[in-house]
Design a protein around this ligand. Sequence first.
Ligand code: APR
Ligand code: ZN
Length: 245
Amino acid sequence: MVKDVAEVILNSTYLTALTGAGVSAESNIPTFRGKDGLWNKYRPEELANPQAFAKDPEKVWKWYAWRMEKVFNAKPNKAHIAFAELEKLGILKAIVTQNVDDLHERAGSKNVLHLHGSLRVVRCTGCGFEFEVEEPPEIPPLPACERCGSILRPGVVWFGEMLPPEVLDRAFMEMERSDVVIVAGTSAVVQPAASLPLVVKRNGGIIIEVNPSRTPLSEVADFSIRGKAGEVMEEILSEVRKALF
Ligand code: APR
Ligand code: ZN
C-alpha cells in the first residue's frame, strides 16, 4: 500500500496534510483521546474553556505551563521530518494542523496553519496584545500584560471558542486546491477540522489516512494505513525519494 500511496503523492498536483496529536505522540507529547490521552486524566471542561479560566485562572495556567514545558522540550520526530522533507521537495504545499505544538516548524516545515492556535503564543485578555514566548511562565503569579495590566492567557483555541477566521478560511482554501490530502494522527471527531478532508473528497480528490486505529474517516479514505505516523511517513518519503532520484 505504501508504494501505491507514494505513487499517488508523486502524481499529485497539490498535496496537503491535516495533522493531529498522533503525529506528536512519538515526540512524547500525550494525545487527547485513546488509552493514555489527556482527556482521560483531566476534564477538558475544567481546563480548556473560557469558563474554567474565568473560574480558576491559576489552575488553568498551571496546566498549560506544564504542557508548554513538555512541548518546548520535545523534539520533532520522523513524521514531522518527513512532512518537512516533502515540502522541501516541492510536493507538499501546506500542513493544516490541529496541534498547538511547534514541532512541524521546528522540523523545517514552512507553510503550517494552526487551526487551534499555539502554545508558543500568549495573548492579553484585555487589549488582545499577543506575543511568542520561549519559556512557560512561572505560575503563580498570574502573568499580566505589560501594556494594560490585564491577565494574559494561552494563545490556544478553547472548547466553545471560534477558530481564528483567517486561518480557517485559508485551511478550507488549501483543501479546495488539494487533489490529495494526507490525514495523519487525528481521531477525526473534532469539527471543523474533521470536515476539511471531506472537501478534497467532494472535489474528487484522494484521502490518505495514517493512524494505528480506525477513525470515522477510515471508511471514506482511499488509503487508510494502519501504522504510526513516524514509521509510515518515513517509508512514504523513502519510496518518493527512490522514484525521484
Ligand atoms: N501515529 C499516528 N497516529 C497516532 C499515533 C501515532 N504514533 N498515536 C496515536 N495516534 C492517533 C490515535 O489513534 C488517534 O486517532 O492519533 C489520534 C489522536 O486523536 P486525539 O487525541 O483525539 O487528537 P486530535 O485528533 O488531534 O484531537 C483534535 O481535539 O481536544 C481537542 O484541540 C484538541 O486539537 C485537539 C482536537
Ligand atoms: Zn493588554
